[in-house]
Design a protein around this ligand. Structure first.
Ligand SMILES: [Zn+2]
Length: 185
């Protein structure tokens, strides 16, 4: 699914709720809802009848010609992307990078928890709006102790390291070896 097509269909609109058709996809009964922060999509995988729900955070950036551009954040790695792909078993929706790199486990709770923790630390530093992996750490807020600021930054770094470790933990060893060897993945 592309952000462009979703916009055309009026899906990327706070308050949207409805059904989607995805021709040829190995899933059925796709339903969704959109807020100003995220698009949630549920579907049933045809192969095993499992029902799946995915929340896709939305991110906005200003356009050169005015207005703003909407991005989808990949539910797995939180990269800003315009296209998400459904896995062949219809169990996962993720960006191209994840399909190249990642061995999917059924459970991405750890990563969701870490992303939420990182967001919270950014908010403590006064970050507003959308937060993703491209967001810069804010400057020290007025009135915050230098020590407190340093501690929060330390916690952000630790969370990012844990996120990277969790992400790499999902990658099969063979692919990691290939990456280390410097071959394109
Ligand atoms: Zn991804």
């Amino acid at each position: 699914m592309t952000v462009h097509r979703l916009r055309e269909l009026g899906v990327i609109h706070p308050g949207w709720e409805g059904r989607l058709l995805w021709g040829g996809a190995p899933c059925r009964d796709i339903r969704g809802g959109c807020t100003d922060r995220a698009l949630t999509i549920e579907w049933i995988a045809e192969a095993d009848g499992q029902s799946i729900a995915v929340s896709i955070p939305l991110s906005r950036s200003p356009c050169n010609y005015g207005g703003e551009r909407t991005w989808l954040l990949c539910p797995i790695c939180r990269r800003r992307v315009t296209t998400l792909h459904l896995s062949s078993d219809a169990h996962n929706l993720a960006c191209r990078h994840c399909y190249n790199m990642t061995y999917f486990t059924q459970n991405t709770d750890d990563m969701n928890r870490l992303h939420a923790k990182r967001d919270k630390l950014f908010r403590r530093l006064g970050a507003k709006g959308d937060i993703d992996r491209n967001t810069q750490i804010p400057r020290r807020p007025r009135g915050m102790w230098l020590m407190t600021y340093a501690q929060i930054i330390g916690q952000i770094r630790a969370t990012e390291n844990a996120l990277d470790a969790a992400f790499l933990g999902m990658v099969p060893a063979a692919i990691l070896e290939r990456c280390r060897a410097g071959a394109p993945s």
